[in-house]
Design a protein around this ligand. Structure first.
Ligand code: SF4
Ligand code: ZN
Length: 420
């Protein structure tokens, strides 16, 4: 017999009404910020014998030990067991954490995987909200929403920074890499359907992601496999099947079926989107993109900035400036939010010439995508070590210096047609 949990044992309210609530710097007791210190969230499938149902364990200091307003490390690992459980469901549960934690009064969550940010307000802290309550919420919601496949669940909340760092490298990153590898063999052409995702409509009411094997959701957390699993778990849920039987324009990746779906799921706000163009009918962005790509007119190229990058880009804008003009579920030709993984995709801005247009990226981002990006550049254009031609903040933060560098390197974008 399965019992639905209706009451979550926490000292603050829990309701979808709090989902869009923002915890500002001034009101925050503590912040867990994966862009500055090690953090992650992870679901792992275990044997039933390995799990004590409803065990919530805190490993490390509680919120009382943290200086008000400080940035700390956190990891929460949700371990589940069940007869119908599949490892493909793990990332789907994980993506739900965003919504679960945001439903807590005084708690704000953004990001996913090892790039999360969680803020706890001073009001929630004063009401008695502590680390184990994160575990209580995750336990209750996972048991409730996924009772069809989860029989037992336990949660570890880890705030010991050394242990978080160790587990991030030994447990979390290998798990994320393994999932990414599963996708590698799939292409947009090799599948019969794509999926919509509207999980972000709580924040961006008209936003719809169209998720394909070669273009994951812009949050970086919803791959085509994840969307497929979500659809299997919740047939009437946020991810719906989109057929791709009626192409309109293969160059930009536009389909009649996709347009119909986007129109329906955006409640009429969006008429048409392309899958492969940043200039023509680009996909919309909500607010949780891992990266933003924007055109750099002097070089005929594009720059990419990632959320963790706090510095200046050659467009004279920071990530935050770019985000403020790209988000909100509207189409902004020339700018596009996207997942990190998309950068090395053969479908990245395919309509405008593809990854050859990339002229600048923050150094850390460039290093993290280099292996895959270089492999794609070699395959598509026969270029060796393409990332050596791409500028970064140590090379240029203004368009003139960047152009000099690109000219010296013979960057291919300089010889391409103007984008506008
Ligand atoms: Fe879904 Fe897109 Fe939001 Fe990711 S960004 S959760 S894919 S709607
Ligand atoms: Zn979003």
């Amino acid at each position: 017999i399965k019992i639905k949990i209706t009451n979550i044992d926490i000292p603050v309210a829990f309701a979808s009404a709090f989902e869009g609530e923002i915890v500002r710097k001034k009101q925050m007791q503590v912040e867990f910020d994966g862009s500055r210190v090690d953090c992650f969230e992870l679901v792992q499938t275990k044997e039933a014998s390995e799990i004590e149902d409803h065990k919530i364990e805190l490993i490390g200091p509680d919120f009382d030990s943290f200086e008000k307003g400080s940035k700390q490390s956190i990891a929460y690992i949700v371990e589940v067991a069940g007869k119908g459980m599949q490892s493909d469901f793990e990332s789907v549960f994980e993506r739900k954490f965003h919504s679960y934690l945001n439903c807590i009064e005084g708690v704000m969550h953004t990001g996913q995987r090892d790039m999360i940010r969680v803020r706890i307000s001073d009001a929630a802290y004063d009401a008695g909200f502590r680390a184990k309550h994160i575990g209580e919420v995750l336990y209750a919601k996972i048991k409730n929403d996924f009772d069809a496949v989860v029989d037992k669940c336990q949660v570890k909340v880890i705030t010991d920074p050394e242990l978080v760092t160790k587990l991030r490298h030994e447990l979390a990153i290998p798990a994320f890499d393994k999932r990414d590898d599963r996708l590698k063999s799939l292409t947009d052409e090799s599948v019969d359907v794509y999926y919509s995702c509207i999980m972000c409509q709580a924040f961006s009411p008209s936003h719809v992601c169209v998720v394909t094997p070669e273009r994951l959701g812009l949050c970086g957390a919803v791959s085509w496999l994840d969307a497929k699993a979500t659809n299997e778990l919740e047939p009437t849920g946020p991810c719906q099947v989109i057929t791709k039987e009626r192409p309109i324009d293969e160059r930009i990746g536009e389909y009649e079926d996709v347009n119909e779906a986007v129109k329906k799921f955006s409640n009429g706000a969006l008429e048409d989107v392309s899958l492969y163009s940043i200039m023509e009918k680009p996909m919309t962005s909500c607010g949780c993109f891992e990266c933003i790509c924007g055109i750099e007119p002097f070089s005929n190229g594009v720059i990419i900035a990632n959320r963790e990058y706090a510095g200046m880009t050659p467009l004279g804008m920071t990530f935050a400036d770019l985000a403020s003009m790209t988000g909100g579920g509207v189409q902004t030709p020339g700018f596009m939010g996207h997942g990190k993984h998309f950068i090395a995709s053969k479908k990245f801005m395919k309509a405008e010439g593809g990854i050859e247009r990339i002229v600048w990226m923050p150094k850390d981002l460039k290093e993290s995508v280099a292996e895959r990006l270089n492999a794609t550049a070699k395959e598509l254009y026969g270029i060796d070590n393409f990332t050596d031609m791409i500028g970064d903040e140590t090379i240029a933060e203004d368009p003139e210096t960047l152009l000099e560098f690109l000219t010296e390197k013979g960057h291919p974008a300089l010889g391409m047609e103007p984008m506008m």
